[in-house]
Write a protein that binds this ligand. Sequence first.
Ligand SMILES: [Zn+2]
Length: 203
Amino acid sequence: MSASAEQAVRDVLTLAHHAGSQGWIPATSGNFSARVDAEHAAVTASGGDKAKLTSNGVIVVDINGPPHPRASAEAPLHLALYRISPDIGAVAHVHSMAAVLASLHFQKTGQVTLQGLELLKAFRGNTTHETSLGVPIFDNTQDMDGLAVDVEKRFKGKPLGFGFLLAGHGLYAWGRDTADTLRHLDAFDYLFTLTLKLKGIPV
Ligand SMILES: [Zn+2]
């Protein structure tokens, strides 16, 4: 395995262990990936508790290729994101309580709007709290290939943002690299929790 592939595998472990430590990936849920190069990404294989993920649970796949036999059902979404933009270097998918509650509470409006909060500066390129971040909500489905097509249509050639929600399911978040993605995950969790609490919803 190349040095860049080995680093991507370590990055996937870092993302998974952080999400596990926060209680965001119960019951073997969640999946994580990091870009190796223009054509490859390291992604979590199907199944297993990702809080205890080891390098055996990470596979290197072709971003444009057919599904890897050990890839998780949600791998197509990760690969779609890498195809959408070369600026996406790592992707995390979690089933955190705050993300799922927000996805259901705001489902009818089609997005969660985060605005006027200092922690919005955690997102790459934001320099002020006087800004607004819309997080789109997609309907959940078991057809992950179809959803990957919808996601590509929604984001390709448009401002990327930093994540989207699947209603009643969870959050996809990304960044230029693993450090960005970790920071964005933490910021989303804080901001979803705060936004729900302001609506009187206990999280
Ligand atoms: Zn999921």
